[in-house]
Design a protein around this ligand. Sequence first.
Ligand SMILES: [Ca+2]
Length: 210
Amino acid sequence: MRTMKTASAGVPLLANGGFEETHAGRPVSWTAWRQGGRLAPGEGRQGTHGVMCERRDGGGEYGFSQTLTLNRTNVAPFIIRGWSKAEQVSGSPDGGYALYVDILYTDGTPLWGQTASFNCGTHDWEQRQFILLPDKPVRSLTLHCLFRGHTGKVWFDDAAVEEVAAPAGAPAHPTHGTREDSARTPAGRRGRIPGVLRRDPPFRRSLDGG
Ligand SMILES: [Ca+2]
């Protein structure tokens, strides 16, 4: 199996992934998804800005998203990364509390719902990272920091989308799909996170209904 080291940094594409840049109380470059959430000054990693979403029973859907218009003519992998902490999040990990990526290929076809889910319950900052291998050139990519279908409070910070130059010898059109990567917790523990990169059958449509 072809493996790929993610220690080598790709080209960062996402703007304001740390939510530090704000305007009128909102994080610049991010869009509230559905009910959105709030900017959380001082509640991000190391006391920086983050964003927070709170959902109660019967509540709606929350999150922040950013769409990158890429208009690529070549095929290159993306590294998707982000951090979250949680307070009393109900249920078990799934795509409802996750980094959630939708892709539109240059030929107009979609790849919806590539996700990496965070742990539920109450936890400090934890990172999720995965490599997304498109099988065609990408027109646009949307990253959602998503919270729905659970109750509780979640914070997001330090999101990133990086584009990686395809390694030498890689096929021009890599196998479709995503590749699981090990995750690193704040304590430095490395391990495979069950449930990440599962495509969620209920959400084959774009989150935006497209
Ligand atoms: Ca931050």
